[in-house]
Design a protein around this ligand. Structure first.
Ligand code: SF4
Length: 349
């Protein structure tokens, strides 16, 4: 475990699912890092590979799915892809935990919230007696549940939707994880409760200095929570940038399409735009830009060459786009050549 290692480093992540008819590359050569105290927002439509990326990190990809051997997922410098299932079980829930969209998938309806918290604390932190109860109450207080000493004896159905999600976050924090993966945690909540949960996550992050991977299809939510953003499309990260840079200077036509489809985001009262068509199923190595059939800027080479993530302008390494129009300070044919060269390098490795 080295001091300089990022909290999470994902490299060449490929996750495939096998069916009778085809092999689906749900995640295709995904690379990113998350530092301690940083929130990486992962955004994209349904079917873009966001949740499969999260499940791959959690070791929760089940047959007929498979994380391919060249993939690397290092948590605090430790390679997770080489862990056995029992080793992974120890990591899940203690070093990395996940909050899902529907709190009722994480809470057991037949046990009180307190019982579920205490069970987690007993298993992972070896607490018992009054310390166990006090720690469970403290966790509920930390996530803003009022009258926690009383509510600890209530069942999940006695909590409102927002309180249920707070209880799930308390469960996720019970073992003091280093990385919290939130998969659309506010999608099922109304707007005011959503804002409260986002605020809570921001407070927790500052207090505990944890890394957060926040998955959503909502560009508005990403603007609130993320330090960096990775935009996913058809299994690939098509743009990656610090959050301010992504909103002030979006590069990839898909990102522009997502931003234009946020209600109220159209300059001069322009009509809300939509991205026509659907995310394709990536069934094999990319041979061209997977966004081309939906892209308003597509040109001939887009159907012949798979773009690589390159800086949007030369030297701007923290803002990359997998689009043949970039780097934008190059002539188009030179930019295409850069992608062709990067493509060949990738094949040679
Ligand atoms: S590579 Fe071509 S088709 Fe793909 S996003 Fe860029 S311009 Fe559009």
């Amino acid at each position: 475990m080295s001091a300089e290692a990022p909290l999470l480093a994902v490299e060449n992540l490929r996750t495939e699912f096998y069916t009778d008819k085809e092999t689906v590359r749900a995640v295709d050569d995904v690379n990113f890092r998350i530092e301690r105290g940083e929130t990486l927002g992962i955004v994209g439509e349904s079917g873009s590979g966001k949740s499969v990326t999260a499940r791959s990190i959690m070791g929760l990809v089940e047959s007929p799915g498979n994380v391919l051997p060249e993939s690397s997922i290092r948590l605090d410098g430790e390679e997770l892809t080489e862990k056995s299932e029992s080793e992974y079980r120890g990591i899940r829930g203690s070093e990395v935990t996940m909050v899902f969209q529907d709190p009722l998938t994480s809470l057991n309806p037949v046990y009180t919230v307190g019982n579920q918290l205490k069970e987690t604390l007993r298993l992972h932190r070896d607490l018992d007696g009054q310390t166990l109860t006090d720690t469970a109450i403290g966790l509920l207080e930390d996530v803003g549940i009022p009258d926690a000493a009383r509510r600890i004896s209530e069942y999940p159905h006695e909590f409102s939707g927002g309180m249920q999600q707070r209880a799930v976050i308390a469960l996720a924090l019970a073992c003091d994880p280093e990385l919290l993966i939130c998969d659309e945690p506010t999608t099922a909540l109304d707007v005011t409760i959503q804002a409260q949960i986002l605020e809570l996550l921001a407070e927790i992050q500052v207090e505990r200095d944890i890394g957060i991977m926040f998955i959503t299809h909502d560009m508005g939510v990403i603007a609130e929570v993320a330090d960096r953003v990775a935009v996913m499309y058809a299994g690939e990260i098509v743009e990656s940038a610090p959050v301010r840079s992504l909103y002030s200077d979006p590069a990839h036509p898909y990102t522009n399409g997502l931003l234009d489809s946020i209600p109220g985001n159209q300059p001069g009262g322009r009509e809300l735009t939509t991205i026509e068509g659907e995310v394709p199923i990536p069934n094999g190595a990319a041979t061209h830009c997977r966004f081309a059939p939906r892209c308003p800027k597509a040109f001939e080479e887009c159907y012949e060459l798979a773009p690589e993530p390159l800086p949007t302008t030369a030297g701007k390494d923290d803002h990359t786009a997998a689009c043949l129009l970039f780097p934008e300070d190059m002539k188009r044919e030179d930019a295409v050549d850069e992608h062709r060269a990067a493509n060949t390098e990738g094949t040679d490795e």
